[in-house]
Ligand binder design. Structure first.
Ligand code: GDP
Ligand code: IMO
Ligand code: MG
Length: 443
C-alpha cells in the first residue's frame, strides 16, 4: 500500500491528529487538503501537548515533508503564529519541509467580520462556527472574488484584488454598522505577508506528482469530519469545505487513483461542537461523565463539545461516502467503568425505520434513534499489545460496531500517547508499513 487517506467519520475531533502523527513515519509526505485554522489536532509527544491547526500533523516528525493544498484556506497571521509556536518547541518549520499551494485561498480581514454578521443575523439558527473566517473565504472562492496565495507574487494584482473586494464588501459591513475597511492598510499588511509566505509557495500538484513518481508515499490528512462536509454533511450545519475523501483529489490536484486506501478515524462515542442535529446526544449525567472523562473541549475554540452514544447509522454512512477501508477506533478508554454502553443501530422517522442516514438537518432533527445496550468494560490495563489483552466486553463492542458499520477496525487507540495504541495487524498491514511506524518509535 502506497498512499493513505486519513479522515474523520463523525463531526470532527475523532483523534485524527494522534493517528496521523503515529502513522507519519510510514510516509514521506503528509498533505492537508481542506479546511483551515478551524481545525485543532492534538498530539502528545513525550508528555507534551501540541495542537496543530493549519499545519499538517506530520510536521512533528523531522524526516517528513508537509504540504498544504489548494483546497485549504490560509490566514497568514495564523500560519506564522503556528510556525512560531512550533519553533518555540524546537520543531523546525521552513520551506525545506513545508510547501503551500499557490492555489490556496487567503483568509482576508473582512472574512471574520462578515462571518460574525452572518452568525448574528441567523440568531437561534446560527451554525456555531469557529468565527475564523473560514466560510466567507470559501464563499469568496466560489464567487470568484478570492485572493489566492499565488497572487502575493505580483503586488499589482494583489492591490487590485484587495481594492475591488473591499469595495464589494463595503455595503455588507456598512449595513451592519461597521466602519469601512481601509484597502490600502490591508494591502500593506498582505504585501508584508507576501515576503514571508513567498518562499513556501509551490505548485503542490506538480510537487506531489514528482515525489510520487520518485517512489515516495503520501498520507493525505483530512480535517473536520465526514458529517461536516459541505455536500455530504448535515447541511446547513457543516463547514464550507469538502472534508470527505473526494476533497483530497480536488484539494491537492492529484488523481483519485493516487489514493490507495482510506482510513476512517472514529470515536467510540460521538461528539459535536456548534449547532446542528445530533440524534444520540446525551443530556444526562452519563453525557456529562463522558465530556469530563474525555476532556471534550474544542482544541481550537475551547468550547465544550456535546457528547452522545456511538451512532452506527451515521458512521456506516461515512464509510460509504468516503469508501473507507478500515477504521481506527479512538477513546474507548473514556467509556471504561461507565456500566452499560449504548449504540444507535437505526433511526425511525414518522414511525418508519430508515434504511440510510438522512443528511438533511431538518429530517435528522425528527428521527428517533433506536439503541442496543451492551455490557460495559473495566479500565484498560496499560501496555496492551493486542485486542486479546483488552477486556472481552470491549472486544465484543468492537465486533458489534464492525458489523453495524460494515467495516473492520484496524487500530484501537486507548489513550492520548503514541504508545497507547494497538494495531490489528491482519487488518492494517495492507495499508500501512508497520515496520516503518515502529521504527518511528513509541509503538
Ligand atoms: P482531531 O481534531 O480529530 O485531531 O481531534 P482533537 O485533537 O480535536 O480531539 C481529540 C482529543 O482526544 C485530543 O485531546 C486527543 O489528545 C485525545 N485522544 C486521542 N485519542 C485518544 C484516546 O484513545 N483516548 C483518550 N482518552 N484520548 C484520546
Ligand atoms: P477538527 O479538524 C469539530 C465545526 C464548527 C461548526 C461548523 C462550521 O479539529 O476535527 P466553520 O468555522 O468550519 O465554518 O464551522 O463546523 N467545526 C469543527 N468541529 N472539529 C473541527 O475540526 C471543526 N472545524 C469546524 O464547530 O459547527
Ligand atoms: Mg479537533
Amino acid at each position: 500500500m502506497a498512499n493513505l487517506l486519513v479522515l474523520g467519520t463523525q463531526w470532527g475531533d475523532e483523534g485524527k491528529g494522534k493517528i496521523v502523527d503515529l502513522l507519519t513515519p510510514a510516509f514521506d509526505v503528509v498533505a492537508r487538503y481542506q479546511g483551515g485554522h478551524n481545525a485543532g489536532h492534538t498530539v502528545y509527544v513525550a508528555g507534551r501537548k501540541i495542537v496543530l491547526h493549519l499545519i499538517p500533523s506530520g510536521i512533528l516528525r523531522p524526516a517528513t515533508f508537509c504540504v498544504i493544498g489548494n483546497g485549504v484556506v490560509i490566514a497568514p497571521s495564523a500560519f506564522f503564529q503556528e510556525i512560531g509556536d512550533l519553533e518555540a518547541r524546537d520543531i523546525r518549520v521552513d520551506p525545506t519541509r513545508l510547501a503551500v499551494s499557490r492555489g490556496a485561498h487567503l483568509i482576508m480581514p473582512w472574512h471574520p467580520l462578515v462571518e460574525r454578521i452572518s452568525e448574528e443575523r441567523r440568531g437561534e439558527k446560527r451554525i456555531g462556527t469557529t468565527c475564523r473566517g473560514i466560510g466567507p473565504a470559501y464563499e469568496d472562492k466560489a464567487a470568484r472574488l478570492g485572493v489566492r496565495a499565488g497572487d502575493l507574487a505580483d503586488l499589482r494584482v494583489l492591490r487590485e484584488k484587495i481594492v475591488e473586494t473591499v469595495a464589494a464588501k463595503g455595503s455588507v459591513l456598512g449595513a451592519a454598522g461597521l466602519a469601512a475597511l481601509d484597502a490600502e492598510a490591508i494591502y500593506r499588511e498582505y504585501a508584508g505577508w507576501a515576503e514571508r509566505l513567498g518562499p513556501y509557495l509551490r505548485d503542490v500538484s506538480d510537487l506531489l506528482h514528482e515525489r510520487m513518481k520518485a517512489g515516495q508515499n503520501v498520507l493525505f490528512e483530512g480535517a473536520q469530519g465526514a458529517l461536516l462536509d459541505l455536500d455530504h454533511g448535515t447541511y446547513p450545519f457543516v463547514t464550507s469545505s469538502s472534508s470527505t475523501a473526494g476533497g483530497a483529489a480536488t484539494g491537492l490536484g492529484v488523481g483519485p487513483r493516487t489514493i490507495h486506501g482510506v482510513l476512517g478515524i472514529t470515536k467510540a462515542y460521538t461528539t459535536r461542537v456548534g449547532s446542528g442535529p445530533f440524534p444520540t446526544e446525551l443530556f444526562d449525567d452519563t453525557g456529562k461523565a463522558i465530556a469530563s472523562r474525555g476532556d471534550e473541549f474544542g482544541a481550537s475554540t475551547g468550547r465544550p463539545r456535546r457528547c452522545g452514544w456511538f451512532d452506527a447509522v451515521a458512521v456506516r454512512y461515512a464509510c460509504r461516502v468516503n469508501g473507507i477501508d478500515r477504521i481506527a477506533l479512538t477513546k474507548p478508554d473514556v467509556l471504561a467503568g461507565l456500566g452499560g454502553i449504548s449504540v444507535c443501530t437505526g433511526y425511525r422517522h414518522k414511525g418508519e425505520l430508515l434504511k440510510t442516514f438522512p443528511p438533511e438537518a431538518w429530517m435528522l432533527e425528527g428521527v428517533i434513534p433506536e439503541f442496543r445496550t451492551l455490557p460495559g468494560w473495566p479500565e484498560f490495563a496499560r501496555g496492551a499489545a493486542g485486542l486479546e489483552d483488552l477486556p472481552p466486553a470491549f472486544v465484543d463492542y468492537v465486533r458489534v460496531l464492525e458489523d453495524l458499520i460494515e467495516t473492520r477496525v484496524a487500530i484501537v487507540s486507548t489513550g492520548v500517547a503514541r504508545e497507547q495504541t494497538l494495531f490489528v495487524e491482519s487488518e492494517i498491514r495492507d495499508f500501512v508499513d508497520l515496520g516503518r511506524v515502529r521504527a518511528g518509535g513509541a509503538v
